[in-house]
Design a protein around this ligand. Structure first.
Ligand SMILES: Nc1nc2c(c(=O)[nH]1)N=C([C@H](O)[C@@H](O)CO)CN2
Length: 118
């Protein structure tokens, strides 16, 4: 399994369970590992033969600008489904972190893996 990755993408999102979080967007940090064969693109040198990570970033910016989530878990599932259903990823690891939301803790977050690595 080959991997296309996006590391520490900072996005503005409406996410959280508390009223103050629902009232305004906050910055989340997103890291993605997207499992897909890169062999075709490696042979053809054509962006049409692979998952374009620039398109992934653009799509996520648009989606997060429009949607609201309570939990990081729900957002992670949403992103995993989007990558598999709309971008054709066979396997994904989605890591999402919030920074500075709790006293004494630098980052909190979730990591999920979905799909098959075979
Ligand atoms: N497992 C989770 N725990 C918590 C979440 C979450 O998304 N998943 N969210 C919150 C609050 O929104 C928090 O980020 C505010 O400090 C608390 N626990």
């Amino acid at each position: 399994m080959d991997i296309i990755f996006i590391e520490d993408l900072r996005l503005s999102a409406h996410i959280g369970i508390y009223p103050r979080e629902k009232a305004m967007a906050q910055t989340i940090e997103l890291s993605l590992q997207i499992g897909a064969s890169t062999a075709s693109a490696g042979a053809s040198d054509d962006i049409g033969d692979t998952i374009d990570y620039a398109q992934v970033v653009e799509r996520l910016r648009r989606e997060l600008a429009e949607r609201r989530f309570n939990l990081l878990e729900k957002l992670a599932e949403y992103i995993a489904s989007l990558l598999r259903d709309d971008f054709g990823a066979a396997w994904v690891r989605v890591s999402i972190a919030k920074q500075g939301v709790m006293r004494g803790v630098r980052r909190v977050g979730v990591v999920i893996e979905r799909g098959s690595r075979d």
